[in-house]
Design a protein around this ligand. Structure first.
Ligand code: NAD
Length: 361
């Protein structure tokens, strides 16, 4: 029996609750697939600040570097919001992404047929939506230099962030975009702001050049403002989207809404040797501790972990199918139940998915 070492970083708030269900799902699949998972838990975010004073303790980073993959929950919350930028809970995740060189963030946004009515958009608009947004994750405005705040003698101030990309950084994420598009419907939309930003002009030139290596993929360039409108007007026109860090942050949340709830959306961060898998949502302080969070995003993130880090595509398909069956049977957590609908809790939804996996083994 082979062993997969998984670093489990639940983080804060509902991160703790949903990650526990994702671990149960991995254990269940592992048992039937003859794979032993070794889960090692570590602190990150607010929980790490409380215990050690730092959002990413050195032992957590060391564990992540030595693991086959990382299963991540979410970090942050009002308790740590007052801290300076560099010490905030969310900083732990940003440093981890950078250290592991996780430059490509994959976020599928798909409307499940049985949940179309949970979307805030009309059925006629969202039905059939199936998009993957690939967001560049280690460059652009989030990391560019110079950055900082200048204080002036008259009491006023000036703040600077820089959107900077090298052609190498663009090329490697563009290649991920083309490769993903190739496994899907072979259409790639590269999103930029080339009518205004020079960095976007370089982005467009490099993506076009890389595209020559992928003649079987249809490439189009879309301005970010146009893309943002099109996502709510005609989301089915998109297949795979690749874009820079900040645009990707905003567009992937917009695409998320098409799926009905933040609680349904998984993600994978790839690039370096170790992949990191996490739900798109945050720590949801408004519902944390109540046992009502939707664990499906975390469970589908675990499926992505098997698909991309462990080369277990068949087992990942089994998890996706088990989730679909549970939804088809009518089970819902509160966020997707609709007004007045009956709902199950986090643990119960985990039981239902595990039960389906055991039946389908
Ligand atoms: P959020 O995603 O935590 O919550 C937004 C809304 O969606 C809330 O109403 C919440 O109840 C609901 N929601 C989210 N996930 C859900 C789930 N699984 N089931 C049911 N409902 C769910 O976003 P926010 O409120 O903007 O942020 C809260 C905290 O999380 C902040 O501190 C923020 O910085 C942090 N955050 C962390 C990450 C991360 O760790 N990757 C990502 C986003 C936000």
């Amino acid at each position: 029996m082979t062993t997969a070492r998984i670093a489990v970083l639940p983080g804060d708030g509902i991160g703790q609750e949903v990650t526990a269900q994702a671990v149960r799902v991995l254990e269940t699949v592992g048992r039937s697939a003859g794979l032993k998972f070794e889960f090692e838990h570590a602190l990150i975010g607010g929980a790490a600040i409380d215990a050690t004073g730092a959002p990413l303790p050195p032992q957590t980073l060391a564990l992540c570097r030595q693991s086959h993959a990382i299963l991540f929950g979410a970090v942050g919350g009002p308790k740590w919001d007052h801290l300076p930028q560099e010490q905030k809970a969310e900083r732990g995740l940003l440093v981890l992404r950078k250290d592991l060189d996780l430059f490509a963030n994959l976020r599928p946004a798909r409307t499940f047929p049985m949940l179309v009515d949970a979307s805030p958009l009309k059925r006629s608009v969202v039905e059939g939506t199936d998009i993957v947004v690939i967001r560049e994750l280690t460059g652009g405005l989030y990391y560019g230099e110079p950055r900082g705040v200048e204080q002036f003698a008259d009491g006023s101030a000036r703040a600077i962030n820089t959107m900077a990309y090298t052609s190498r950084e663009i090329e490697r994420v563009a290649r991920v975009g083309f490769e993903v598009a190739r496994k899907r419907r072979r259409r790639l939309a590269s999103v930029d702001k080339a009518n205004v930003l020079v960095v976007s002009q370089l982005w467009r030139d490099v993506v076009t050049r890389v595209g020559r290596d992928y003649p079987d993929v249809t490439l189009e360039h879309v301005l970010v403002d146009n893309c943002s409108m099109a996502l709510v007007q005609r989301p089915t026109q998109f297949d795979t989207i690749v874009t820079e860090n900040t645009f990707g942050d905003i567009l992937s949340d917009e695409a998320a809404i098409l799926a009905g709830s933040m609680g349904m959306l998984p993600s994978a961060s790839l690039g370096g040797r170790v992949g990191l898998y996490e739900p798109v949502h945050g720590t949801a302080p408004d519902i944390a501790g109540q046992g009502i969070a939707n664990p499906i995003a975390a469970v589908l993130s675990a499926a992505m972990l098997m698909r991309y880090s462990l080369n277990m595509g068949r087992e990942a398909d089994r998890v996706d199918a088990a989730v679909s069956r549970v939804l088809t049977q009518g089970h819902r957590t509160r966020d997707i139940a609709g007004a007045g609908g009956k709902s199950v809790g986090t643990r119960e939804m985990g039981d239902l998915i595990v039960g389906e996996l055991e039946r389908g083994a």
